[in-house]
Design a protein around this ligand. Structure first.
Ligand code: 4GT
Length: 254
């Protein structure tokens, strides 16, 4: 897949693309990330990319014209390389919350153009004309869209074929089946008074799988009960799951 990023701070991306399990995917261009410095598309001696908001108020607004020139350059480059146009995605707190379901669908797509805002954000007319999708990481404010863009790139890249060591390891991730992940343990077996749960040392694979499933159900119903309701509505809970949850509910009433 090919991902183009329009940003005032392309230097924030470089180091991230050279570490960890995702590094090979970036270096081999399995995930081809192209960075575009918005300022290269600004004009005048001052290369302005922002100006004061009409109507007054604090902060600055990103100008339409440099953004349109940058986007035209990105689109031309994608055509030249044979990449499909792809949607333009803008990151802002007003976007739709990012979910693992959206990450999975993005990971299977041929890519996108990502726009990272700074200052107070982008002139609404650019968003109205060009943005296909607006995505938020959650209900909090950042100083720029670069961390959200890196977040989407990372989440989608680790799902590319061959990126994780164990081919199936993301099938156990939190949210992969709509539930939180189970706890994990490694050596040493005993850490003072804290022993590893016995079942994990039993070698009994069916018991281990059942224990892990129950840990997922218990943690999710404690921390994120709305995810249990959603898993139930999606038909992702079986009769054993429901029996376990019923037991949990009656325990918590004691
Ligand atoms: C928060 C989020 C986001 C920002 C989020 C435009 C200029 C928006 C700064 C940017 N803050 N972007 N995507 N919660 N700030 O996802």
């Amino acid at each position: 897949m090919r991902i183009d990023v329009i940003t005032l701070f392309p230097e924030l991306f470089g180091p991230f693309l050279t570490v960890g399990v995702t590094r090979r995917a970036f270096e081999s261009r399995q995930v081809d990330v192209q960075l575009w410095q918005l300022r290269d598309h600004a004009d005048g001696t001052y290369r302005r990319v922002d100006d004061r908001p009409f109507g007054g108020g604090p902060g600055m607004v990103m100008l339409v014209e440099p953004l349109e020139r940058a986007l035209a350059a990105v689109r031309a480059s994608r055509v030249e390389s044979g990449a499909p146009a792809g949607p333009l995605i803008y990151f802002s707190p007003a976007g739709a919350p990012l979910t693992q379901e959206r990450v999975r669908s993005f990971a299977q797509s041929p890519g996108a153009v990502l726009l990272c805002g700074r200052y107070e954000g982008v002139d609404q007319r650019f968003l109205d004309r060009h943005v296909d999708e607006e995505i938020s990481l959650g209900d909090f404010v950042l100083s720029g869209g670069e961390l959200p863009a890196l977040t989407l790139i990372d989440a989608a890249t680790r799902l590319q074929p061959g990126v994780l060591n164990d081919h199936a390891s993301h099938e156990q991730d939190s949210f992969s089946d709509g539930l939180l992940d189970c706890p994990h343990y490694s050596r040493p077996e005993a850490l003072g008074d804290d022993a590893v749960p016995q079942v994990l040392l039993s070698g009994h694979h069916a018991h281990i799988a059942r224990w892990r499933r129950e840990q997922q159900l218990a943690l999710t119903s404690l921390r994120r009960p709305e995810l249990i309701a959603a898993a139930r509505a999606a038909g992702r809970l079986n009769a054993r799951d429901e029996a376990f949850l019923l037991g949990l509910a009656s325990e918590s009433k004691l």
